[in-house]
Design a protein around this ligand. Structure first.
Ligand code: PXP
Length: 248
């Protein structure tokens, strides 16, 4: 991205769940590319999409279309597999965010173990960077993982904010926020760009957005769910109007 950045804290909108709804009927509506274009109009700085191994939401055709038709940086979330590497090298997204993925999990439930998979990740990151794709690793707020991320050559770490956003009580929330703040501060020492995401809502975004090292938040599920309520009145009214016009 050579253009001057619009915001000091960028918003990456994750449009996976538009595809989840589309796939429920196996049709073309609602279209993730249309959602991404709308996100751009609303002020998003980037689009995030996760091409999962089981293709439960985003499909290969979506990821290519998002790159081709949406004029925003594309952050492609992917597992560290040969198949995904091959696709990423063809798509050439602005960034690739490597996430852990097990078929049975509902969403990305925890961060990558960079320490354990250092050898495999180092090789993959080198290939992605050779193709001029920025590489991000989705990790927990753990100093050992931050250090390992630098060692394997990542450009960025995205901290998993699930434990913070889903905290059941105030004490846990406070503890998780402190952990996140400390890990974010460490990114400077390790020369890593700092992102965060997962489970962020209107209730949790402000505490996270205040952390000065974070330059990008990736938010999906809450935004898509909320969009239904914000948009439902309008869509129903239009249907009502068409029905009434037909009967007039
Ligand atoms: N960042 C990463 C790396 C993710 O895997 C996800 C979930 O797909 C998100 C951000 C967005 O999380 P949520 O949908 O809970 O906002």
């Amino acid at each position: 991205m050579s253009k001057k950045l619009k915001h000091t804290l960028r918003l990456g909108v994750n449009i996976d769940h538009v595809a989840t709804v589309r796939n429920a009927r196996g049709d073309l509506h609602p279209c993730p590319v249309r959602a991404a274009k709308l996100a751009k109009k609303a002020g998003a700085d980037g689009i995030t999409a996760h091409l999962r191994e089981d293709r439960r939401h985003i499909r290969d055709t979506d990821i290519f279309a998002l790159k081709k038709d949406v004029r925003l940086p594309l952050n492609m979330e992917m597992a560290a597999t040969k198949e995904m590497l091959k696709i990423a090298l063809k798509v050439k997204p602005h960034a690739a965010c490597i996430v852990p993925e097990r078929r049975e999990e509902i969403t990305t439930e925890g961060g990558l173990n960079v320490v354990k998979h250092a050898k495999q990740l180092r090789r993959m990151i080198a290939e992605l960077k050779k193709a001029k794709i920025r590489v991000s690793l989705f990790i927990n707020a753990d100093p050992r993982q931050v250090k390992a991320a630098e060692e394997v050559g990542a450009d960025i770490v995205e901290f998993h904010t699930g434990a913070l956003c889903h905290a059941k009580d105030k004490a846990t929330y406070k503890k998780e926020l402190e952990k996140l703040k400390k890990a974010c501060a460490l990114t400077k020492t390790h020369q890593l760009e700092c992102h965060a995401g997962h489970g962020i809502t209107y209730d949790t975004v402000e505490d996270i957005a205040k952390i000065p090292e974070i330059v990008e938040l990736n938010i999906g599920h809450f935004l898509m769910g909320e969009a239904m309520f914000v948009g439902m009145k309008k869509s129903i009214k239009r249907m009502r109007k068409l029905m009434d016009k037909a009967r007039a």
